[in-house]
Design a protein around this ligand. Structure first.
Ligand SMILES: NC(=O)c1ccc[n+]([C@@H]2O[C@H](COP(=O)([O-])OP(=O)(O)OC[C@H]3O[C@@H](n4cnc5c(N)ncnc54)[C@H](O)[C@@H]3O)[C@@H](O)[C@H]2O)c1
Ligand SMILES: [Zn+2]
Length: 667
């Protein structure tokens, strides 16, 4: 077959790309792309070289491992080259591996399976039991001398017990998850870029010119292979592992001997979900032929041994594109921006949505509509966007803006200063209806006995209520058909609803579920305004002027009452006969101001506003904040406001402080 020019061009391009990423990954410990992206570039190149073998060059990344050692370190020539591992991504590929092995050796084999630690290989040399040399893998043939740095790793034995004259061991140095999280946090605090993953953090820590820096990082080490052991022969990997433990190395406890490939598969699969229980990252399981004699028979290819393979866990990260950013409304009204993704398989599941948490997070990560992003799905956690790949932007990406209207009900969205969550304030918001209704009937609210979450769920799901006011329009025939609702309980419920209509203004205000209006604020507002209409008519400024009402509450109340859906629900409540006025104490008719409503405006000559109000209340009068037809007197001081004009317009008696005092008994 002739070699198409395109194939040659693409192969060159892929090699250039892969070499660049090898450099960033192995030499700089700072990868630009995810392992999955890297693996797919590599797979494409392998596939091209398989189809056109004349493309294969000795220096192709498919033929060699690792990256060039850094010049700052003394280089160390390895006695045995360090290779990569072939990959198996599922049970079928493990069975293929087993078949190849058995064909080559002509007999049945058993295996050792070991968690594949996501760290970096180090080669340790011991003489007379003393640690004398530690090296990185480098390009597989030559590594870097990092002996001094390795001495600071506590899990690495500096002296062995009963060891031979010379011992060369391979193992994995790694950074435990907790230490990794802590390190990145510290770096973030200092304004330094975080490490992409624990592997890079471990590599970066060990390839420090100053061992003191390494000493400050928490690193672990597990031994997994004997390269040389003077005066001793081992017959199996399993035996070698127990020898390593005997002389003082840490060896993974999860290593397991398996009789055949089916047992291997079962063990590998059992670790897919369990991987997170370890305190260090593993990215798969290494499957090794147990017999060392057979390992020799099998030998190596240029890049990897034929006697071992890495079973790779399904990737928990993937790259895809953000097609859109939509907003979801939770049951408590919180708006959560969500990325709509080009569907992609992550850890064995198709993912087409990922959470972006909140507006601040989007800004921080700078996620835009159209961006290519790395997403992650680990364990049971909701898929999330990890980071953006800004180098893949084309310029058509769009910045997301949080809507100021709820996408479900059109209600106003409120995000108070200092809070991350934006919330829908709609009282008839279908997304939050169940929560709203439960709040409405709660003890401090309308106190309707006999309504719990199960009943509310039925009422909402069957479409019997669309907002809290609908509760008052339920008929007996609606109720008796519900689950666990007998004739008698339906009657009881209707009676409880009827009774709740007389709860009065403060409980009603609480029941409406206005954000930040708890029982106390409800009490204050009720006392201040006397009626729901008066409160609804009050502007934000008027609300803020009340000493106990902060700007947050004021804004929330004003926003709530400005909405059309609020008006609709209140009209329905009124129609149902719900009491909208402050619940009076049983009226004692002998007080001089009983039944009279007062509005105060301007500065009074001797009384403060509060004193005047207290006085009026003390003698049975009511205070309202706005003038309406139901106002009995306007008490006007110096520089009265618009209320003055309104009162004149409506023909309401206007009195001064002296006249007010004359209405009271002299005492
Ligand atoms: N993101 C990037 O830019 C980028 C660049 C280069 C390589 N990579 C990633 O690195 C991988 C290839 O790297 P590699 O060749 O270093 O490793 P590998 O996946 O081929 O596996 C070999 C390594 O596994 C490790 N290992 C852990 N536990 C082991 C055990 N119990 N027994 C034996 N070995 C064990 C050893 O360090 C060994 O060197 C690729 O899968 C690729 O995803 C990523
Ligand atoms: Zn809404």
């Amino acid at each position: 077959m002739s070699l198409p020019e395109e194939a040659r061009k693409r192969a060159e391009e892929l090699r250039r790309e892969i070499r660049k990423h090898d450099y960033h990954y192995y030499v700089l410990d700072n990868p630009l792309i995810t392992d999955q992206e890297y693996d797919s570039l590599m797979r494409e190149l392998v596939e091209l070289e398989r189809r056109y073998p004349e493309l294969v060059t000795p220096d192709s990344p498919t033929q060699r491992v690792g990256g060039a050692p850094l010049k700052q370190f003394r280089s160390v020539r390895h006695s045995t080259p360090l290779l990569s591992l072939g990959n198996a991504f599922d049970a079928g590929e493990l069975r293929d591996f087993d078949r190849r092995v058995r064909q080559l050796v002509g007999e049945a084999v058993d295996y050792v399976v070991e968690p594949k630690i996501d760290g970096l290989t180090v080669v340790l040399t011991y003489e007379n039991g003393n640690f004398v040399l530690g090296a990185t893998r480098g390009d597989g043939l030559t590594g870097e001398d990092i002996t001094e740095n390795l001495r600071t790793v506590r899990l690495l034995p500096l002296r062995l017990l009963g060891a031979p004259r010379r011992l060369v061991v391979r193992g994995e140095a790694f950074m435990p998850k907790k230490a990794f999280a802590r390190l990145n946090e510290e770096r973030d605090n200092r304004g330094e870029p975080p490490f992409a993953n624990p592997r890079n953090a471990a590599a970066g820590s060990l390839r420090q010119l100053d061992p003191k820096v390494t000493a400050g990082r928490t690193l672990g080490f597990y031994a997994y292979q004997i390269i040389e052991c003077e005066g001793r022969e081992f017959t199996t990997q399993w035996e070698a592992l127990s020898f390593l433990k005997e002389v003082g190395f840490s060896v993974q406890e999860q290593n397991k001997r398996c009789r055949d490939i089916e047992e291997v598969i079962a063990y590998c699969n059992s670790w897919i979900e369990k991987r997170h229980v370890l305190n260090y990252e593993i990215d798969g399981m290494v499957v090794k032929v147990n017999s060392l004699r057979l390992q020799k028979v099998l030998g190596n290819t240029a890049k990897s041994p034929r006697w071992a393979i890495a079973f790779k866990f399904p990737a928990e990260q993937a790259v895809t594109q953000v097609k859109d950013i939509i907003v979801r409304v939770g049951r408590t009204g919180v708006l959560t921006p969500t990325a709509v993704l080009r569907p992609v398989v992550v850890a064995g599941v198709v993912v087409s949505r990922a959470t972006l948490h909140n507006e601040d997070m989007i800004r921080e990560k700078d996620v835009r509509i159209g961006d290519h992003v790395v997403i992650q799905r680990a364990g049971d956690v909701i898929p999330e966007v990890v980071r953006v790949l800004p180098e893949r932007r084309t310029g058509v990406e769009r910045v997301f803006r949080m809507p100021d209207r709820c996408p479900v009900c059109g209600g106003r969205v409120l995000r108070p200063e200092g809070e991350v969550a934006a919330r829908c304030t709609g009282i008839a918001c279908p997304a939050q209806l169940k929560e709203l209704v439960l709040h409405f009937v709660s003890r401090e609210g309308m106190d309707v006995e006999g309504i719990g979450p199960a009943l509310v769920a039925q009422l909402v799901d069957k479409g019997l209520i669309r907002d809290p006011a609908d509760l008052y329009f339920l008929r007996k025939e609606d109720l008796v058909n519900l689950e666990r609702m007998g004739d008698k309980s339906a009657d009881n419920l209707l009676r409880a609803l009827e009774k709740s209509k007389k709860r009065g203004l403060a409980p009603l205000l609480f029941a409406l579920g206005i954000r930040y209006v708890g029982t106390r604020a409800a009490e204050i507002l009720a006392e201040r305004f006397g009626s729901l209409d008066a409160l609804a008519a009050a502007g934000e400024e008027e609300l803020t002027a009340i000493p106990e009402i902060g700007p947050k509450i004021a804004a929330s109340v004003a926003t709530f009452f400005k909405q059309e859906q609020t008006g609709r629900v209140i009209a329905k409540l009124k129609e149902a006969g719900v009491l909208m006025e402050r619940q009076e104490l049983p009226e004692t008719n002998d007080l001089p101001l009983t039944g009279k409503t007062f509005v105060i405006t301007g500065t009074l000559p001797s009384l403060t506003r509060k004193e005047a109000e207290d006085l009026i209340k003390k003698y049975g009068g009511r205070i309202s904040s706005s003038v309406s037809k139901r106002t009995d007197y306007l008490v006007a001081g110096k520089e009265p406001g618009q209320k003055y004009d309104k009162a004149r317009e409506l023909g309401i008696p206007i009195i001064d402080e002296a006249a007010l005092l004359r209405m009271l008994p002299a005492d």
